[in-house]
Design a protein around this ligand. Structure first.
Ligand code: GAL
Length: 944
């Protein structure tokens, strides 16, 4: 029986639902973020010894379950590994190398670096006894790439793509009431994209607990239809039963509005699905006068799906959704809620300055706000499924999205990825279109491309019929993919005749999925090929490409085109076209990798945005160029602009729609001023002043980043004695922070090979050549006698555990390279005896207070090169014959503390990203540089 309840009809029932069902009854569902406290080490691609002996065992984990070996085994000793929190990208931590991948920004990691292409992550978690009976799942939002996951020594599976979310049911393997071990091995020896992709667990990880009867992951699909002033919401839900319950269940769906108020609710009685089966439920719920999701008012609703079994709520699952309509019209372009909207879009990859792909959630909001600030209303996730938090940011801030899968094809690899993408993302109101491919040069113009598109397009529709499908196409317009794709995705006007294609396919809507690919370096106004700098004036980058202005004029003047997506909003690592090494980031961005605007941002803001804009370029610091001609440009949406140099007018010019203004000005230091007029009235002025020498460091929180955020994005600059920003400053700034942790530093210089992160280096040094001698006394010697050299034999060789000596002495060596007083050297001992006494280079060492098996060595007892360790120990006894005894004495860990964090300014700016400590509410950042006064920023607002 299906009950539909409307607020206005049965108020008391709603009250009952809210109080009795989801207020009081906490269901079994818990989603626990487990990003904190992981151990990490690099392994090795093919040398199993350097990969900590992984896959050396007699039985592999594929032969017998629970046989994972090396770090994948639960008992593996990872105490000497680095501690870190997720998200993490080990590629960005590496130095640059000319031998490294061009497309991955020359970071010496991954392809071609076998010792830096495998990353191991380990974590211990307690799972209480009380969880027995629940379904326990490990959920990963994405691991780059080819990850293998192990739990308590059991192999759970492999996820090839670095962009898919995935999960494993671990219920059967859990040690309830005890410690459990999660291990992930990521392999980045292959690339998926031709752009920087990061390395490791760069998205969140969760532990999920549910009742056996539960909504499956991404198990809701919420759509709506609007008629007059009513939205009919269709909520489909997939419920799975991983338990033995048979009988009735009730499925309750409650809609909550943005202010947390219940809007309406339905309940339906059904039979629970059978063991390990799923069942689908569909409810139709009406909302009167819905608040639509729109660009300026991104209203969201939540639907809470509850499963009730024998009077108890056993599961509750929340889905955010928005009510809105979308339409692509072949003649009139795109419509949101019936209103024509030109798509003013950008393409973007995932990485950010200093932190690579491991973006804290707040950075997603920062980046989307920067794009909105530029006037952009659309974002193409090129060329892969994005992090879920990016889509949340787009939903919450009002940004339209093209969501893209990675690879075209019709097999399980391709279609399964596409299915997971759509099922994960289809409730996001921000998504307006699925993209099933990009520039598939081998197939796009021919019949194979046509066939694949037909399958992928139909397949998409079978999962989400509410959104159209596009492909970014760069050749063979009017044939192949472009002849069948639902929304034509033009990649570049120069790649074909867009109007001609449109004339042939009048019923096919279209948009510019990529346009631009212009080159610009922030703060640079003269091309300098020797330094790999491109001037920031908006110019045609290559003969067959167009400037941003040319591009926008083309798209803006054709109503049949839904809009254009610029390549790209932000610079990214990799693809430093038109240069190569030592350029490491792209030049395409409207903003640099930090989000500092290049001048084109103001062109777009003028014509994409809705506020008056006046931007004057270049800066006015041209010492040595006195009397020489400088190109002065103005980006503005004023009707007229007048330019003045040192108060003398250089003339007023009329602004053409979607244009810009230019003057040639002979350089004289002083003040260059632009005055903007609208309807004959002066409305804006903008000044570029010649500055003086740097005096002070200025630190400020970026305005798109609230100071009560957990992650602070801080702009670093230097100013002259009048407080003017110095646009040419390149000072190196050194940082220190209290109350927080620096996550990364950047400056937007495409050729900077400076470090992005300053982290302590950890080197693990094995103990080699382990030998032994039998001792006759059970008493362990506290001083080191002289042993006869001829009595040493290889340790543990042919040991008969039934007849062991009373005690043994073991001797081994470890090699220390470039050792200095600042190194911290510790021995993580693994018991090879019941009791032990340890000597290093003849000195007795004592265990540390926090760990009785850890010995920290003072530098005075260590030497460069070969060091000798003696371990006196009573032997371990076997209890059962088949017991496997430890013969590995452990590992030496050498920590080399990093230098202080620092970064040069690039043309006036650098950026530092800080994560606040959980406990403290105050962050103090200090910055110093040669010849200028130090800067201090005190952020003392309370956390959100
Ligand atoms: C396109 C491609 C993008 C990027 C861009 C650079 O062909 O789709 O991913 O490589 O060129 O111009």
């Amino acid at each position: 029986m299906k009950i539909i309840v409307h607020k206005e009809i049965l108020l008391y029932f709603i009250f009952w639902v809210s109080v009795t069902s989801f207020a009081q009854n906490k269901s079994d569902r818990e989603l626990i973020l487990i990003d904190k406290d992981w151990r990490f080490s690099l392994g090795h691609l093919y040398d199993t010894q350097k990969d900590f002996g992984h896959a050396e065992g007699y039985f592999s984990y594929l032969a017998k379950t629970g046989f994972a070996d090396g770090p994948a085994a639960p008992g593996f000793d990872d105490r000497a590994w680095r501690k870190l929190d997720l998200p993490h990208d080990w590629a960005v931590e590496q130095d640059f190398s000319e031998k490294a991948s061009y497309s991955h920004g020359f970071k010496s990691s991954g392809k071609g670096f076998p010792e830096k292409s495998i990353g191991w992550y380990r974590k211990k978690i307690m799972i209480p006894q009380s969880d027995e009976g629940k379904i326990i799942t490990l959920k990963f939002d994405g691991v780059f790439r080819n990850s293998k996951v192990f739990f308590n020594g059991h192999f759970l599976g492999t996820e090839e793509s670095g962009y898919n979310g995935f999960e494993y049911d671990i219920t059967a393997y859990v040690n309830y009431g005890n410690e459990n071990t999660i291990v992930v091995r990521a392999d980045t020896s292959m690339e998926e994209g031709w752009f920087y992709e990061g390395a490791g667990i760069y998205r969140h990880v969760y532990l999920q607990k549910t009742n056996p009867l539960h909504v499956i992951t991404n198990g809701t699909y919420v759509t709506s239809e609007i008629q007059n002033d009513t939205a009919e919401v269709t909520a489909e839900v997939t419920i799975e039963n991983k338990g033995n319950y048979k009988g009735a269940i009730e499925v309750i769906q409650t809609i909550i509005n943005a202010s947390g108020k219940e809007v309406t609710s339905t309940a339906e009685n059904r039979l629970a699905p059978e063991f390990y089966k799923t069942a689908n439920f569909t409810s139709k719920i009406k909302i009167q006068s819905p608040l639509l999701w729109d660009l300026d008012a991104p209203n969201l609703y939540r639907i809470i799906t509850q499963i009730k079994q024998e009077g108890k709520i056993v599961d509750d699952y929340e889905t955010n959704f928005g009510i809105r309509t979308i339409k692509f019209d072949p003649e009139k372009g795109f419509f949101l809620n019936g209103k024509s909207i030109k798509l003013k879009g950008t393409n973007n990859h995932q990485d950010h300055a200093g932190i690579g792909t491991a973006l804290p959630d707040e950075l997603q909001y920062y980046r989307i706000k920067k794009l909105k600030e530029m006037g952009s209303n659309a974002y193409r996730c090129s060329h892969n499924p994005p992090t879920p938090e990016l889509l949340d940011a787009c939903d919450k801030l009002g940004m339209l999205v093209i969501d893209e899968t990675r690879l075209m094809g019709i097999n399980d690899y391709h279609l399964n990825d596409l299915k997971r993408l759509i099922e994960r993302d289809r409730n996001h109101p921000s998504i307006i279109c699925w993209s099933v491919g990009n520039e598939e040069w081998n197939i796009e113009g021919g019949i194979v491309g046509e066939r694949i598109t037909n399958v992928m397009q139909g397949f998409s529709k079978s999962i989400d019929p509410t959104r159209p499908v596009t492909v970014g196409i760069s050749s063979g317009f009017r044939s192949g993919i472009s002849s069948v794709v639902e929304i034509m995705g033009y990649n570049y006007m120069g790649n074909g005749d867009i109007d001609a294609h449109r004339n042939d396919f009048k019923d096919q809507p279209g948009m510019g999925t990529e346009e631009g690919s212009t080159f610009a370096t922030r703060g640079i106004y003269f091309n300098d090929d020797t330094k790999h700098y491109k001037s920031a004036y908006d110019k045609k980058p290559r003969p067959t490409f167009f400037s941003i202005e040319e591009g926008w004029k083309f798209y803006a003047s054709r109503s049949y085109l839904a809009g254009m997506f610029i390549w790209t909003g932000f610079d990214y690592r990799g693809e430093p076209t038109p240069y190569g090494w030592p350029s490491v980031t792209s030049y395409f961005g409207m903003m640099d990798v930090c989000g500092f605007p290049k001048d084109n941002v103001f062109y777009l803001k003028s014509w994409w945005g809705s506020t008056p804009v006046l931007h004057l370029m270049p800066h006015w610091n041209w010492s040595g160029m006195e009397g020489k001609e400088i190109d002065v440009w103005v980006h503005s949406n004023c009707d007229e602009v007048e330019l003045l140099l040192n108060k003398k007018s250089l003339g007023k010019k009329k602004m053409e729609q979607y244009g810009h203004l230019e003057w040639k000005v002979n350089y004289t230091p002083g003040t260059l001023e632009a005055i903007g007029y609208k309807n004959g009235k002066k409305i804006l002025t903008e000044i570029q002043k010649t500055t003086q020498n740097p005096e002070n460091i200025k630190l400020s929180i970026d305005k798109e980043n609230p100071s009560n955020a957990n992650v602070l994005v801080i702009t670093v600059e230097v100013t002259d004695k009048k407080g003017l920003h110095i646009p040419t400053a390149n000072d190196e700034i050194t940082f220190a922070v209290k109350g927080g942790k620096i996550l990364g530093v950047g400056n937007g210089d495409p050729t900077s090979l400076e470090k992005d992160q300053f982290i302590d280096d950890i080197t693990l040094v094995p103990i080699t050549n382990l030998e032994e001698q039998k001792l006759t006394s059970a008493e362990l010697l506290q001083e080191l006698p002289t042993f006869s050299e001829s009595d040493w034999t290889a340790a543990f060789k042919d040991r008969d555990y039934k007849i062991q000596a009373k005690s043994y002495v073991y001797r081994g060596q470890f090699d220390l390279k470039n050792i200095s007083k600042t190194n911290m050297v510790s021995f993580f001992y693994k018991k090879i005896g019941a009791e032990s006494v340890i000597f290093v280079n003849g000195n007795k060492v004592v265990p540390s207070a926090e760990d009785s098996q850890k010995y920290s060595f003072t530098s005075s007892i260590l030497k460069e090169g070969k060091n000798t360790i003696y371990i006196m120990a009573k032997p371990l006894q076997k209890i059962k014959d088949w017991d496997v005894m430890n013969t590995d004495p452990g590992i030496i860990q050498v920590i080399t503390p990093s230098e202080p964090w620092k970064r040069k300014l690039f043309n006036g700016y650098a950026q530092i990203i800080i994560q606040k400590d959980e406990s403290g509410s105050e962050v103090v950042l200090s910055a110093t540089a040669k010849g200028v006064k130090a800067g201090v920023l005190n952020v003392n607002q309370k956390k959100k």
